[in-house]
Design a binder for this molecule. Structure first.
Ligand SMILES: *[C@@H]1O[C@H](CO)[C@@H](O)[C@H](O)[C@H]1NC(C)=O
Length: 314
């Protein structure tokens, strides 16, 4: 039951259209995109884990045959980013997939949500489809541009000024299971959870495989709670790990894997966007970067080993 677009929401939308108008005159085909990482509705949820409507307007549901499969994040009007493992065995079947945008409650997506087909999926070339792997990231090209609105907005990638020391509070969001084996109940409201960044060395030790082999690669980030209890789970894969820098939300990571969900000493593992920023920039024209030097503006274009992919376990 998304609340009706109120007066203030309408004004925001109107000013957005006015802002876009001059650019449209200059270049009818490329209106300036809205600023990344800035929700337009500033409501807050206290003491719950339901997100507010339009609180995370870049979070999308990647659907397989019309059913929620993974989450993702919108980067531009034509591209979303998610986890590569979401397409395991189905990389060449984009017609089975679609992307649902602007839906806060999956059980009640509302008239202002949009569903767009997937044109193609570009997994990172280094990703290995067997088990847990580095570079568990894929770009999803939409069949057509989506229209931005207060419920459909792009997220920013972190620029090179961004460092996330341990204990930085970031957030994850998703429609995945609330516990191992327990799907999110109707109306499937997008859930959010605050997760502190965990020191990489500590995380590496926790997930050490033995025989001189670590599973935590240099492009992985760990976040969550050593005591367990709170974590991402089955169906959250591909969704965002978001950190706020200078009032702007940055996509710090992609929900990738973990051992079980919310088990003690098994924090969630995320693929770092800082590690894959240049690969994304090479493919996604117009992706916006932000960091501590705000006002950089839209950038020119310039498994689990014994663990389980969050696709299955979350
Ligand atoms: C999706 O639909 C295709 C074509 O109808 C079918 O072959 C495939 O098994 C379906 N997959 C799932 C997960 O439902």
């Amino acid at each position: 039951m998304p609340p009706a677009l109120g007066g203030s929401g309408f004004r925001i939308l109107t000013s957005l259209l006015l802002l876009a108008a001059p650019a449209t005159l200059d270049a009818a085909k490329t209106p300036a995109p809205p600023a990344c990482g800035k929700p337009q509705r500033l409501s807050r949820v206290v003491g719950g884990e339901d997100s507010a409507d339009a609180e995370w307007p870049w979070v999308v549901s990647i659907q397989r045959n019309g059913t929620h499969h993974c989450a993702g994040s919108l980067l531009t009007s034509r591209w979303a980013v998610t986890a590569a493992h979401c397409f395991k065995g189905n990389l060449h079947k984009p017609s089975q997939f679609s992307v649902l945008l602007g839906a806060w409650q999956l059980g009640n997506p509302g008239q202002r949500s949009q569903t767009v087909g997937v044109a193609w999926v570009q997994p990172h070339p280094v990703y290995s489809w067997r088990g847990v792997s580095r570079a568990d990231i894929a770009l999803v090209r939409l069949e057509h541009s989506v229209q931005f609105s207060e419920r459909i907005l792009p997220v920013c990638l972190p620029d090179s000024s961004v460092h996330l020391p341990r204990s930085t509070d970031c957030w994850i969001a998703g429609w995945g299971s609330v516990r191992d084996g327990v799907p999110l109940p109707q109306p499937q409201t997008l859930q959010k959870l605050k997760v502190p960044i965990i020191d990489s060395e500590l995380c590496s030790r926790l997930y050490w495989q033995g025989a001189g082999q670590g599973v935590i690669t240099e492009d992985m980030l760990c976040a969550g709670y050593m005591e367990g209890e709170r974590d991402a789970c089955l169906g959250d894969s591909g969704g965002p790990l978001m950190c706020q820098v200078g009032g702007t939300w940055l996509l710090a990571g992609i929900i990738s894997w973990g051992e079980g969900c919310a088990e003690r000493n098994r924090p969630g593992v995320y693929i770092s966007l800082a590690a894959h920023r240049s690969w994304v920039q090479r493919i996604v024209q117009g992706v916006q970067l932000r960091g501590h030097s705000q006002g950089s503006g839209p950038t020119a274009r310039p498994g689990r080993v014994p663990g389980t992919a969050r696709q299955r376990r979350r």
